[in-house]
Design a binder for this molecule. Structure first.
Ligand SMILES: [Zn+2]
Length: 181
């Protein structure tokens, strides 16, 4: 009887481990950008694997890697150089917050030691921006100079929220321009 109870109690742990994997898929090559129009401008939220931006994702281990991270954060702190709107709109950045997050997964304890080490940690650059524009009606396109600036990026899923509607666009290195509603 004790044996049966023990067996039953193991199931939830296994399920929980699988659920964790589903919630945090480990994907590279693709980032997300949220564009939300406001009364006086727009806000942007960017999430992109650090692998795509600097080419590694373990915590920076050398001076060279720390420099690469510092340069990337500096570039990511100028959103209007990466996500370019028409100059007639006269937009400027009022707030830019960029962080590098590290996520350590528990998969090493799940019993599959043969898996590659790349599953053990994942890092992302996450950025929040607030942009103000003097002529919001001129904000009718978005040029993703982002792809030019970061040569390891391939795809960016852009969510555009404006006037109560939400649209999703898949942009790539080959299609780096969007019309805005
Ligand atoms: Zn990763």
């Amino acid at each position: 009887m004790k044996c049966a109870v023990l067996t039953m109690s193991l199931f939830p742990a296994v399920l929980a481990a699988q659920a964790t994997q589903i919630v945090t898929p480990h994907n590279h090559g693709s980032g997300q950008l949220d564009f939300v129009l406001s009364e006086t401008g727009f806000s942007l939220t960017l999430k992109v694997p650090s692998m795509d931006i600097v080419g590694f994702e373990a915590p920076a281990a050398s001076d060279d890697e720390r420099t690469q991270v510092a340069i990337a954060i500096s570039e990511l702190s100028k959103p209007l150089n990466l996500f370019v709107v028409p100059s007639e709109a006269m937009c400027f950045t009022t707030s830019a917050n960029v962080i590098l997050t590290h996520e350590i997964t528990d998969q090493g304890t799940a019993g599959d030691a043969s898996k590659g080490v790349s599953d053990e940690s994942h890092a992302e650059f996450q950025a929040d921006y607030v942009i103000q524009c003097q002529d919001l009606s001129a904000v009718n396109s978005l040029d993703l100079a982002y792809f030019e600036r970061f040569s390891g990026t391939e795809k960016l899923t852009v969510r555009i929220a404006s006037n109560g509607t939400t649209q999703f666009h898949e942009t790539t290195r080959a299609t780096p321009r969007l019309s805005l509603p």
